[in-house]
Design a binder for this molecule. Sequence first.
Ligand code: FE
Length: 205
Amino acid sequence: MSHDHPHHDDDHSHLSEMDIRIRALESLLVEKGYIETAAVDEVIQIYETRIGPRNGAHVVAKSWTEPDFANWLMEDATAAIHSLGYTSRQGEHMVAVANSDQTHHLVVCTLCSCYPWSVLGLPPTWYKSPPFRSKAVIDPRGVLHDFGIDLPETTAVEVHDSTAETRYLVIPQRPAGTDGWSAEKLASLVNRNSMIGTAFADNPS
Ligand code: FE
């Protein structure tokens, strides 16, 4: 075997196998004229900013202020979320799980990085990391502790494993001291991690 073949792989050592595959596929499609780099960048931009976690925050705040919507969301999250105009491109089934003093929900994808893009945008890097994916199942309380959450023993922790077919949206508990707040103002307290289960909604103060 020749020793003068180019060592391109070295330049990509920091990328995951999936990243490399996506890059290769993107270059190929650009080269063949099927897509433009600018168009790909625009899709990423949309998921990072326009779609993003603000969609999920809107869903959560509406469920906090409208009991009928909250009930619908718990019964049929796919339809309730779709009614607000947030539709997934993949057509997956959505399930909403509401946190309470009795139960705290945590979402993970143990196989890869399935994530509810239509309501949360792009997944954070840690969501795709092998340590998070394995520890979330083996030691969910330890993961929550790593994220700064220590729950009382009386609160059960339920872990939900996302798949390509079913993706979860955590409805965090509504923070105290927000009586009479509008849904719009409440949405500003709903951070991304609180909808994955690795944080609480922000404190109003
Ligand atoms: Fe996955």
